[in-house]
Design a protein. Sequence first.
Length: 131
Amino acid sequence: MKILVDADALVALAKGDDANHQKAVKIAAKIKKETIFLAPLAVAETATVLSYRVSQKAAILFLKEIRQRQLVELPLTIATSRLADEIFLAQKKRGISWIDCLNVAMAKQEEIGAIFSFDKFYRQFGLKLLK
């Protein structure tokens, strides 16, 4: 199974006091042998969040560890960026993340049906949230 990982799941894994930490650890253990994909901005977003909410030391540790893993980081192309724009422009609610729209665009282009995230936003696009 192909799985896309969202930054919120990465933050939950790295931040021991995150509300979803225990769930994230269990899900990560279940998908250990699956093919894991990342949007190119997920790592940057996670490092930034950790730097703000935990510490710079935690962000650096995350960055070093994630780069050692066998994850497939998807390229950001003009076509993907434009598809993310289309998805974002179609949203009517406030507080929509363009990066979440990028994740949807990448999942569509790469035919990825599941996402490791705690954000229900993805369900409306047919992405399965892992449990």
